[in-house]
Design a protein around this ligand. Sequence first.
Ligand code: NAD
Length: 381
Amino acid sequence: MQVPCWKLLHGYAIYCPAKLRGRENAMRIDKRKVALVGCGMVGMSYAYCLLNQTVCDELVLIDINQKRAMGEAMDLNHGLAFAPANMEIYAGSYKDCRDADMVVICAGVAQKPGESRLALLKRNAQVFRSIIEPVTQSGFNGIFLVATNPVDIMTRITCELSGFNPGRVLGSGTALDTARLRYLLGEYLQVDPKNVHAYVMGEHGDSEFVPWSQAMVATIPILKLCGDVKRNFAENRTGEPVESQAGISVENRIGNSAAIQDGKGMTQQSAGISRPKLLEIAEQVKGAAYEIIDAKQATYYGIGMAMTRITRAVLGDENSVLTVSAMLKGEYGQRDVFAGVPCVINGNGIRRVLELSLTEEELEQFAASCRTLRESFEGVL
Ligand SMILES: NC(=O)c1ccc[n+]([C@@H]2O[C@H](COP(=O)([O-])OP(=O)(O)OC[C@H]3O[C@@H](n4cnc5c(N)ncnc54)[C@H](O)[C@@H]3O)[C@@H](O)[C@H]2O)c1
Protein backbone atom coordinates (compact mmCIF):
# COMPACT_ATOMS: atom_id res chain seq x y z
CA MET A 1 0.00 0.00 0.00
CA GLN A 2 1.25 3.45 -0.85
CA VAL A 3 1.24 5.83 2.07
CA PRO A 4 1.61 9.59 1.49
CA CYS A 5 4.22 11.39 3.58
CA TRP A 6 5.71 14.79 4.32
CA LYS A 7 9.30 15.66 3.47
CA LEU A 8 11.48 18.53 4.50
CA LEU A 9 12.66 20.46 1.47
CA HIS A 10 14.07 24.01 1.25
CA GLY A 11 13.39 24.11 4.98
CA TYR A 12 9.63 23.59 4.52
CA ALA A 13 7.54 20.50 5.07
CA ILE A 14 6.08 19.56 1.71
CA TYR A 15 3.63 16.90 0.74
CA CYS A 16 5.33 14.10 -1.17
CA PRO A 17 2.88 11.81 -2.99
CA ALA A 18 3.69 8.13 -2.56
CA LYS A 19 4.21 7.62 -6.31
CA LEU A 20 7.06 10.16 -6.27
CA ARG A 21 8.76 9.02 -3.11
CA GLY A 22 12.27 7.81 -3.79
CA ARG A 23 12.13 9.61 -7.15
CA GLU A 24 12.76 13.08 -5.81
CA ASN A 25 14.83 13.89 -8.87
CA ALA A 26 11.71 13.55 -10.99
CA MET A 27 9.96 16.27 -9.00
CA ARG A 28 9.88 19.88 -10.15
CA ILE A 29 11.21 20.88 -6.73
CA ASP A 30 14.65 19.39 -7.28
CA LYS A 31 17.38 20.32 -4.89
CA ARG A 32 19.15 23.42 -6.15
CA LYS A 33 22.84 22.53 -6.18
CA VAL A 34 25.85 24.82 -6.56
CA ALA A 35 29.45 23.64 -6.92
CA LEU A 36 31.89 26.36 -5.90
CA VAL A 37 35.47 26.13 -7.17
CA GLY A 38 37.87 28.40 -5.27
CA CYS A 39 37.33 28.81 -1.55
CA GLY A 40 39.27 32.03 -1.05
CA MET A 41 37.91 35.36 0.11
CA VAL A 42 35.56 35.86 -2.85
CA GLY A 43 34.37 32.26 -2.96
CA MET A 44 33.61 32.12 0.74
CA SER A 45 31.91 35.53 0.84
CA TYR A 46 29.65 34.16 -1.88
CA ALA A 47 29.08 30.90 0.03
CA TYR A 48 28.28 32.79 3.23
CA CYS A 49 25.79 34.94 1.32
CA LEU A 50 24.15 31.87 -0.27
CA LEU A 51 23.66 30.41 3.19
CA ASN A 52 22.22 33.60 4.64
CA GLN A 53 19.85 34.15 1.72
CA THR A 54 18.85 30.48 1.24
CA VAL A 55 19.59 30.52 -2.46
CA CYS A 56 20.38 26.82 -2.86
CA ASP A 57 19.86 23.55 -1.00
CA GLU A 58 23.22 21.92 -1.60
CA LEU A 59 26.65 23.53 -1.80
CA VAL A 60 29.84 21.65 -2.56
CA LEU A 61 33.15 23.40 -1.92
CA ILE A 62 36.11 22.53 -4.15
CA ASP A 63 39.62 23.95 -3.89
CA ILE A 64 43.12 22.83 -4.80
CA ASN A 65 43.71 23.23 -1.08
CA GLN A 66 41.35 20.49 0.07
CA LYS A 67 42.05 21.09 3.73
CA ARG A 68 40.90 24.68 3.35
CA ALA A 69 37.69 23.58 1.61
CA MET A 70 37.03 21.16 4.45
CA GLY A 71 37.62 23.81 7.10
CA GLU A 72 35.35 26.25 5.30
CA ALA A 73 32.58 23.63 5.04
CA MET A 74 32.85 22.93 8.77
CA ASP A 75 32.73 26.62 9.61
CA LEU A 76 29.61 27.24 7.48
CA ASN A 77 27.89 24.13 8.81
CA HIS A 78 28.35 25.43 12.35
CA GLY A 79 26.24 28.43 11.39
CA LEU A 80 23.37 26.30 10.06
CA ALA A 81 21.54 26.44 13.38
CA PHE A 82 21.18 30.20 12.85
CA ALA A 83 20.47 30.11 9.10
CA PRO A 84 17.01 30.84 7.69
CA ALA A 85 16.78 27.34 6.17
CA ASN A 86 18.66 24.09 6.01
CA MET A 87 21.40 23.52 3.48
CA GLU A 88 23.74 20.63 2.74
CA ILE A 89 27.31 21.93 2.70
CA TYR A 90 30.40 19.78 2.22
CA ALA A 91 33.90 19.77 0.75
CA GLY A 92 34.01 17.66 -2.39
CA SER A 93 35.69 16.94 -5.68
CA TYR A 94 34.99 17.65 -9.35
CA LYS A 95 32.90 14.45 -9.55
CA ASP A 96 30.33 16.27 -7.39
CA CYS A 97 29.71 18.72 -10.24
CA ARG A 98 27.87 16.05 -12.23
CA ASP A 99 24.39 16.94 -10.98
CA ALA A 100 25.06 20.58 -10.04
CA ASP A 101 22.82 23.28 -11.49
CA MET A 102 25.69 25.75 -11.44
CA VAL A 103 29.46 25.63 -11.25
CA VAL A 104 30.77 28.90 -9.89
CA ILE A 105 34.47 29.67 -10.32
CA CYS A 106 36.32 32.02 -7.99
CA ALA A 107 39.68 30.21 -8.18
CA GLY A 108 42.71 32.10 -9.33
CA VAL A 109 46.32 32.97 -8.73
CA ALA A 110 47.50 36.42 -7.74
CA GLN A 111 49.94 38.54 -9.73
CA LYS A 112 53.59 37.97 -8.78
CA PRO A 113 55.84 41.01 -8.38
CA GLY A 114 57.05 42.06 -11.83
CA GLU A 115 54.74 39.64 -13.62
CA SER A 116 53.12 40.98 -16.78
CA ARG A 117 49.37 41.01 -17.26
CA LEU A 118 49.66 38.50 -20.10
CA ALA A 119 51.86 36.15 -18.06
CA LEU A 120 49.30 36.26 -15.22
CA LEU A 121 46.52 35.60 -17.72
CA LYS A 122 48.37 32.59 -19.07
CA ARG A 123 48.84 31.19 -15.57
CA ASN A 124 45.17 31.69 -14.79
CA ALA A 125 44.27 30.04 -18.09
CA GLN A 126 46.28 27.01 -16.88
CA VAL A 127 44.37 27.07 -13.59
CA PHE A 128 41.12 27.10 -15.59
CA ARG A 129 42.29 24.15 -17.71
CA SER A 130 42.77 22.16 -14.51
CA ILE A 131 39.22 23.08 -13.47
CA ILE A 132 37.06 23.08 -16.62
CA GLU A 133 38.29 19.72 -17.89
CA PRO A 134 37.31 17.67 -14.82
CA VAL A 135 34.08 19.66 -14.44
CA THR A 136 32.95 18.82 -17.99
CA GLN A 137 34.22 15.23 -17.62
CA SER A 138 31.96 14.84 -14.58
CA GLY A 139 28.99 15.19 -16.93
CA PHE A 140 28.08 18.66 -15.66
CA ASN A 141 25.35 20.13 -17.81
CA GLY A 142 24.36 23.31 -16.01
CA ILE A 143 25.39 26.96 -16.00
CA PHE A 144 28.91 28.29 -15.46
CA LEU A 145 29.33 31.52 -13.50
CA VAL A 146 32.84 33.03 -13.37
CA ALA A 147 34.20 35.70 -11.02
CA THR A 148 37.96 35.23 -11.43
CA ASN A 149 39.69 38.29 -12.90
CA PRO A 150 40.09 39.52 -15.54
CA VAL A 151 36.55 38.25 -15.50
CA ASP A 152 35.55 38.92 -19.13
CA ILE A 153 38.61 37.06 -20.41
CA MET A 154 38.27 34.20 -17.92
CA THR A 155 34.61 33.79 -18.89
CA ARG A 156 35.58 33.55 -22.55
CA ILE A 157 38.26 31.00 -21.64
CA THR A 158 35.64 28.99 -19.72
CA CYS A 159 33.38 29.02 -22.76
CA GLU A 160 36.15 27.94 -25.14
CA LEU A 161 37.51 25.20 -22.86
CA SER A 162 34.11 23.76 -21.96
CA GLY A 163 32.65 23.90 -25.46
CA PHE A 164 29.37 24.95 -23.82
CA ASN A 165 26.78 27.05 -25.57
CA PRO A 166 27.82 30.66 -24.74
CA GLY A 167 24.37 31.31 -23.31
CA ARG A 168 25.25 28.93 -20.48
CA VAL A 169 28.54 30.63 -19.60
CA LEU A 170 28.34 33.94 -17.79
CA GLY A 171 30.75 36.10 -15.89
CA SER A 172 29.98 38.46 -13.03
CA GLY A 173 30.92 41.19 -15.54
CA THR A 174 29.88 44.67 -14.49
CA ALA A 175 27.21 43.48 -12.02
CA LEU A 176 29.25 44.75 -9.08
CA ASP A 177 30.25 47.98 -10.86
CA THR A 178 26.57 48.59 -11.63
CA ALA A 179 25.69 48.05 -7.97
CA ARG A 180 28.42 50.50 -6.97
CA LEU A 181 27.09 53.04 -9.46
CA ARG A 182 23.54 52.72 -8.15
CA TYR A 183 24.70 53.03 -4.59
CA LEU A 184 26.69 56.20 -5.30
CA LEU A 185 23.91 57.73 -7.43
CA GLY A 186 21.40 56.85 -4.75
CA GLU A 187 23.52 58.60 -2.14
CA TYR A 188 23.96 61.65 -4.33
CA LEU A 189 20.36 61.88 -5.44
CA GLN A 190 18.95 60.80 -2.09
CA VAL A 191 16.99 57.98 -3.69
CA ASP A 192 16.92 54.29 -2.83
CA PRO A 193 19.50 52.60 -5.15
CA LYS A 194 16.78 50.10 -6.12
CA ASN A 195 14.96 52.96 -7.86
CA VAL A 196 18.05 54.07 -9.73
CA HIS A 197 18.25 52.35 -13.12
CA ALA A 198 21.70 52.79 -14.58
CA TYR A 199 24.35 50.43 -15.88
CA VAL A 200 28.08 50.12 -16.14
CA MET A 201 28.96 48.45 -19.43
CA GLY A 202 31.99 46.93 -21.15
CA GLU A 203 35.07 45.50 -19.50
CA HIS A 204 35.05 44.93 -15.74
CA GLY A 205 38.08 47.18 -15.53
CA ASP A 206 39.62 50.41 -16.73
CA SER A 207 37.75 50.69 -20.05
CA GLU A 208 34.29 50.29 -18.52
CA PHE A 209 31.87 53.21 -18.92
CA VAL A 210 28.43 54.47 -17.88
CA PRO A 211 25.95 55.08 -20.72
CA TRP A 212 24.37 58.13 -19.09
CA SER A 213 21.73 58.40 -21.82
CA GLN A 214 20.21 55.24 -20.29
CA ALA A 215 20.38 56.26 -16.62
CA MET A 216 17.05 56.84 -14.89
CA VAL A 217 15.58 57.62 -11.51
CA ALA A 218 12.32 55.71 -11.66
CA THR A 219 11.42 56.67 -15.26
CA ILE A 220 13.08 60.11 -15.26
CA PRO A 221 16.29 60.30 -17.31
CA ILE A 222 19.10 61.47 -15.04
CA LEU A 223 20.45 63.70 -17.84
CA LYS A 224 17.12 65.48 -17.87
CA LEU A 225 17.66 66.26 -14.22
CA CYS A 226 20.92 67.89 -15.27
CA GLY A 227 19.08 70.20 -17.57
CA ASP A 228 20.00 69.71 -21.19
CA VAL A 229 19.61 66.19 -22.54
CA LYS A 230 20.69 67.07 -26.04
CA ARG A 231 24.14 68.39 -25.31
CA ASN A 232 26.98 66.01 -25.82
CA PHE A 233 27.88 64.71 -22.42
CA ALA A 234 31.60 64.81 -23.20
CA GLU A 235 31.43 68.59 -23.51
CA ASN A 236 31.03 68.90 -19.79
CA ARG A 237 33.80 66.62 -18.71
CA THR A 238 35.99 69.31 -17.26
CA GLY A 239 33.46 72.08 -17.31
CA GLU A 240 31.86 73.94 -14.49
CA PRO A 241 28.56 72.77 -13.08
CA VAL A 242 26.19 73.09 -16.02
CA GLU A 243 23.21 74.71 -14.42
CA SER A 244 22.96 76.94 -11.40
CA GLN A 245 23.29 73.97 -9.10
CA ALA A 246 26.55 74.76 -7.36
CA GLY A 247 26.02 75.03 -3.64
CA ILE A 248 22.55 73.52 -3.66
CA SER A 249 22.06 71.14 -0.79
CA VAL A 250 21.62 67.42 -1.23
CA GLU A 251 18.10 67.69 0.17
CA ASN A 252 17.12 69.91 -2.71
CA ARG A 253 18.46 67.63 -5.40
CA ILE A 254 15.59 65.24 -5.72
CA GLY A 255 14.02 64.65 -2.38
CA ASN A 256 11.82 67.72 -2.19
CA SER A 257 11.38 68.39 -5.84
CA ALA A 258 7.74 68.75 -6.75
CA ALA A 259 8.93 68.47 -10.33
CA ILE A 260 9.62 64.80 -9.81
CA GLN A 261 6.03 64.27 -8.85
CA ASP A 262 4.36 66.09 -11.69
CA GLY A 263 7.17 65.71 -14.23
CA LYS A 264 7.06 69.43 -15.14
CA GLY A 265 9.69 72.10 -14.91
CA MET A 266 12.24 69.54 -13.88
CA THR A 267 15.21 71.32 -15.36
CA GLN A 268 14.58 74.38 -13.26
CA GLN A 269 13.38 72.86 -10.03
CA SER A 270 15.78 69.97 -9.64
CA ALA A 271 18.84 71.72 -10.94
CA GLY A 272 20.91 70.31 -8.07
CA ILE A 273 22.25 67.52 -10.31
CA SER A 274 25.59 68.37 -11.78
CA ARG A 275 27.13 66.59 -14.76
CA PRO A 276 30.69 66.91 -13.51
CA LYS A 277 29.49 65.21 -10.33
CA LEU A 278 28.02 62.35 -12.39
CA LEU A 279 31.34 61.92 -14.17
CA GLU A 280 33.09 61.97 -10.82
CA ILE A 281 30.76 59.17 -9.67
CA ALA A 282 31.62 57.12 -12.78
CA GLU A 283 35.33 57.58 -11.97
CA GLN A 284 34.69 56.58 -8.35
CA VAL A 285 33.02 53.38 -9.56
CA LYS A 286 36.00 52.61 -11.79
CA GLY A 287 38.45 53.25 -8.98
CA ALA A 288 36.48 51.53 -6.21
CA ALA A 289 38.35 48.22 -6.37
CA TYR A 290 41.75 50.00 -6.25
CA GLU A 291 40.60 52.02 -3.25
CA ILE A 292 39.31 48.98 -1.35
CA ILE A 293 42.43 46.94 -2.16
CA ASP A 294 44.57 49.80 -0.92
CA ALA A 295 42.62 49.84 2.33
CA LYS A 296 42.10 46.10 2.99
CA GLN A 297 44.07 44.13 0.36
CA ALA A 298 41.08 42.60 -1.41
CA THR A 299 37.41 43.06 -2.27
CA TYR A 300 34.99 40.24 -1.55
CA TYR A 301 31.67 41.09 0.16
CA GLY A 302 30.22 43.14 -2.71
CA ILE A 303 31.20 40.59 -5.36
CA GLY A 304 29.91 37.76 -3.15
CA MET A 305 26.52 39.47 -3.01
CA ALA A 306 26.51 40.28 -6.73
CA MET A 307 27.19 36.62 -7.55
CA THR A 308 24.49 35.53 -5.15
CA ARG A 309 22.05 37.79 -6.98
CA ILE A 310 23.03 36.23 -10.33
CA THR A 311 22.74 32.72 -8.84
CA ARG A 312 19.27 33.52 -7.54
CA ALA A 313 18.22 34.72 -11.00
CA VAL A 314 19.39 31.43 -12.54
CA LEU A 315 18.13 29.01 -9.91
CA GLY A 316 14.85 30.88 -9.54
CA ASP A 317 14.40 31.05 -13.35
CA GLU A 318 13.68 34.74 -12.81
CA ASN A 319 14.21 36.46 -16.17
CA SER A 320 15.92 39.27 -14.24
CA VAL A 321 18.01 41.94 -15.94
CA LEU A 322 21.59 41.96 -14.67
CA THR A 323 24.83 43.23 -16.20
CA VAL A 324 26.80 40.05 -16.66
CA SER A 325 29.68 39.26 -18.96
CA ALA A 326 28.08 37.69 -22.02
CA MET A 327 29.23 36.63 -25.46
CA LEU A 328 28.13 39.21 -28.02
CA LYS A 329 26.76 38.05 -31.36
CA GLY A 330 26.34 41.35 -33.19
CA GLU A 331 24.70 43.31 -30.37
CA TYR A 332 26.03 46.87 -30.23
CA GLY A 333 27.91 46.02 -33.45
CA GLN A 334 30.23 43.62 -31.59
CA ARG A 335 30.77 39.89 -31.85
CA ASP A 336 33.02 37.14 -30.48
CA VAL A 337 33.85 39.01 -27.33
CA PHE A 338 32.62 38.66 -23.74
CA ALA A 339 31.72 42.01 -22.15
CA GLY A 340 29.45 43.39 -19.43
CA VAL A 341 26.00 44.10 -20.87
CA PRO A 342 22.49 44.05 -19.43
CA CYS A 343 21.06 40.58 -20.00
CA VAL A 344 17.86 38.72 -19.19
CA ILE A 345 18.95 35.89 -16.90
CA ASN A 346 16.92 32.76 -16.21
CA GLY A 347 17.30 29.03 -15.65
CA ASN A 348 18.92 28.62 -19.06
CA GLY A 349 21.55 31.25 -18.31
CA ILE A 350 21.47 34.23 -20.66
CA ARG A 351 18.07 34.33 -22.36
CA ARG A 352 18.99 37.44 -24.29
CA VAL A 353 21.34 40.38 -24.37
CA LEU A 354 19.38 43.61 -24.07
CA GLU A 355 20.30 46.21 -26.65
CA LEU A 356 19.99 49.65 -25.13
CA SER A 357 19.64 52.70 -27.39
CA LEU A 358 23.15 54.00 -26.87
CA THR A 359 24.28 57.31 -28.36
CA GLU A 360 27.03 57.38 -30.99
CA GLU A 361 29.52 58.45 -28.34
CA GLU A 362 28.50 55.60 -26.03
CA LEU A 363 28.71 53.06 -28.85
CA GLU A 364 32.26 54.25 -29.49
CA GLN A 365 33.12 53.84 -25.82
CA PHE A 366 31.69 50.33 -25.89
CA ALA A 367 33.61 49.47 -29.07
CA ALA A 368 36.85 50.72 -27.47
CA SER A 369 36.23 48.57 -24.41
CA CYS A 370 35.57 45.50 -26.59
CA ARG A 371 38.78 46.23 -28.52
CA THR A 372 40.72 46.17 -25.24
CA LEU A 373 39.11 42.84 -24.34
CA ARG A 374 39.88 41.27 -27.72
CA GLU A 375 43.51 42.39 -27.49
CA SER A 376 43.81 40.98 -23.95
CA PHE A 377 42.49 37.60 -25.10
CA GLU A 378 44.97 37.30 -27.95
CA GLY A 379 47.71 34.77 -27.26
CA VAL A 380 46.23 33.57 -23.97
CA LEU A 381 45.06 30.11 -25.06
N1 NAD B 1 34.65 39.78 -10.80
C1 NAD B 1 34.78 40.62 -9.81
O1 NAD B 1 34.05 41.63 -9.74
C2 NAD B 1 35.81 40.32 -8.74
C3 NAD B 1 35.86 41.06 -7.55
C4 NAD B 1 36.81 40.71 -6.60
C5 NAD B 1 37.73 39.70 -6.88
N2 NAD B 1 37.65 39.01 -8.05
C6 NAD B 1 38.58 37.93 -8.41
O2 NAD B 1 38.21 36.73 -7.76
C7 NAD B 1 39.35 35.86 -7.73
C8 NAD B 1 39.51 35.27 -6.34
O3 NAD B 1 39.84 36.28 -5.41
P1 NAD B 1 40.11 35.92 -3.89
O4 NAD B 1 40.30 37.19 -3.17
O5 NAD B 1 39.07 34.97 -3.41
O6 NAD B 1 41.51 35.14 -4.01
P2 NAD B 1 42.08 34.08 -2.97
O7 NAD B 1 43.53 33.99 -3.26
O8 NAD B 1 41.63 34.42 -1.59
O9 NAD B 1 41.38 32.71 -3.39
C9 NAD B 1 41.71 31.99 -4.53
C10 NAD B 1 41.41 30.54 -4.24
O10 NAD B 1 41.61 29.80 -5.45
C11 NAD B 1 42.20 28.58 -5.08
N3 NAD B 1 42.88 27.98 -6.26
C12 NAD B 1 44.04 28.40 -6.85
N4 NAD B 1 44.35 27.58 -7.85
C13 NAD B 1 43.37 26.65 -7.92
C14 NAD B 1 43.13 25.52 -8.75
N5 NAD B 1 43.98 25.20 -9.73
N6 NAD B 1 42.06 24.77 -8.52
C15 NAD B 1 41.19 25.08 -7.52
N7 NAD B 1 41.37 26.11 -6.69
C16 NAD B 1 42.45 26.88 -6.89
C17 NAD B 1 43.16 28.93 -3.98
O11 NAD B 1 43.54 27.80 -3.21
C18 NAD B 1 42.33 29.93 -3.18
O12 NAD B 1 41.55 29.31 -2.18
C19 NAD B 1 40.54 36.73 -8.16
O13 NAD B 1 40.82 36.47 -9.51
C20 NAD B 1 40.02 38.15 -7.99
O14 NAD B 1 40.68 39.05 -8.81
C21 NAD B 1 36.70 39.30 -8.97
